[in-house]
Design a protein around this ligand. Sequence first.
Ligand SMILES: [Zn+2]
Length: 212
Amino acid sequence: MANRKLYDISVLLGDESIVYPGDTPYRRTMVQTLESGDDCNLSGITMSAHAGTHLDAPYHFLKNGKTIDQFPVEKFILSARVVPIQNCVAIEPVELENVDVRPGEAVLFKTRNSTEGRIENDVFQENFVYLSAKGADWCVHNGIGLVGIDYLSIERFGSKNFTIHRKILANDIPILEGINLKSVPEGRYTLYCFPLKIKGGDGAPVRAVLTA
Ligand SMILES: [Zn+2]
């Protein structure tokens, strides 16, 4: 890996922690501090399993779906395509038709959510670019191995039935949310995104990295 360019596409938990409305906010509190004479600095964390850069497991929306700990770890190292999206509302198949993807590859959508800095802003924005129903069909029909998006959710804000999550997760395709692709050019990479090994987890935070 010595000569390979490496991109950290994770957001910073803390300053960049957007809270999805209704979700548990990320909070870190010091339990012990060296400054006050304790033996060490020790903090406690409370957060949603879907805070910052994270993976959704099928169990997030499907009663009998796979939980995050049920995926073999090799599932989280995969070839990935970073695909630029110009549409400022939704990811539609018209921008995907000429994308060269192989079955099993990850597709990471680079939208205005990261190019315009929304993912680095700690204020939740309802009008983020989302995956359309036809875009989700495209992912399923092309045998995509993992779908990634540069905002906290892949689904249009205000969706009542969460058809996009269900469609993708029903095919055992994990969803990687909250990635920052601002400095990553379009192209093919290797993606590493290891979730915490949470028993029965509906999702988990990850550190996501691309190598060129
Ligand atoms: Zn999620």
